[in-house]
Write a protein that binds this ligand. Structure first.
Ligand code: ADP
Ligand code: MG
Length: 244
């Protein structure tokens, strides 16, 4: 479903991603872990073209995106195939919960308003917020806003959902409700998901594979047991034990 070939990102003097290559199968849930500044957000943002790769190819669902030669149309195609859930929700402040979810249905999927409303209602129900359909973001808790953010990402109907630390802006008591919505989606939908997170227990529970990113390269990739129990790499053992 996702194939990344020799992806590089250089910001000024800084090599943020150093020649990353990676294969992810359809329906796999991947947890992306690693220290702050390792390049987790940059990697996710490249897959959605929110960050422009310096070099390399990104292939999503058969569509080849080559950072050396691409058109505006190619960027749109990539964005149709991938949807992003942001750390800070990024909801439109002057639109209700329902309208925030209708937005990609109308703009990306070109649905009629009535149909968009129906689909958006179903998605809101799925994240347990149907009673908040007419609330504005400022009337919602952080956890509720993020659940709207997740429903909005689902609305794009992309094959791949990218989560960039979806709970790290939340007060501790609100983290659980968001993680349980994501967990439920991993069980119900056969979407391919890439989740950058510092929630190690959650990563261990939901992920098929864990990628440990350090200083812009893949330090290790393996099943949760391989990374959390039997990891030979001392730095990774130290990282997961400090944070778990
Ligand atoms: P992570 O998500 O793992 O914390 P990031 O991908 O956000 O890491 O950042 C990786 C590195 O790239 C950091 O050193 C960060 O300061 C740098 N960086 C990220 N975005 C930019 C940018 N737009 N311009 C310059 N440096 C950036
Ligand atoms: Mg980040």
């Amino acid at each position: 479903m996702i194939k990344i070939e020799n992806l590089k990102v250089i910001f000024g003097e800084l090599n943020v991603l150093k020649n990353i290559s990676l294969n992810i199968n359809k329906g796999e849930v991947i947890a992306l872990i690693g220290p702050s500044g390792a390049g987790k957000s940059t990697l996710l943002r490249c897959i959605n073209f929110l960050t422009k790769p310096t070099a390399g190819r990104i292939i999503v669902d058969g569509f080849v995106f080559d950072s050396e030669k691409y058109t505006k149309q190619d960027i749109l195609k990539l964005r149709k195939k991938t949807a992003m859930v942001f750390q800070n929700y990024n909801l439109l402040k002057n639109k209700t919960a329902l309208e925030n979810i209708m937005e990609p249905l109308i703009i990306v999927q070109k649905k009629q308003k009535k149909e968009a409303e129906k689909t958006a209602s179903n998605l809101l129900a799925k994240v347990g917020l149907i009673d908040k359909r007419d609330s504005y973001p400022k009337e919602l808790s952080g956890g509720q806003q993020q659940r709207v953010g997740i429903a909005r990402a689902m609305a794009v109907n992309a094959q791949v959902i990218l989560f960039d630390e979806p709970t790290s802006s939340l007060d501790p008591e609100l983290v659980g409700e968001v993680l349980s919505v994501i967990k439920q989606l991993t069980l119900e939908d056969n979407k391919t998901m890439l989740i950058a997170t510092h929630e190690m227990k959650f990563a261990r529970e939901v992920a098929d594979k864990i990628i440990f990113l350090e200083s812009g390269h893949i330090g290790s990739i393996g099943t949760p047991d391989q990374i959390f129990q039997n990891c030979k790499n001392r730095r990774i053992r130290k990282f997961v034990s400090q944070i778990a």
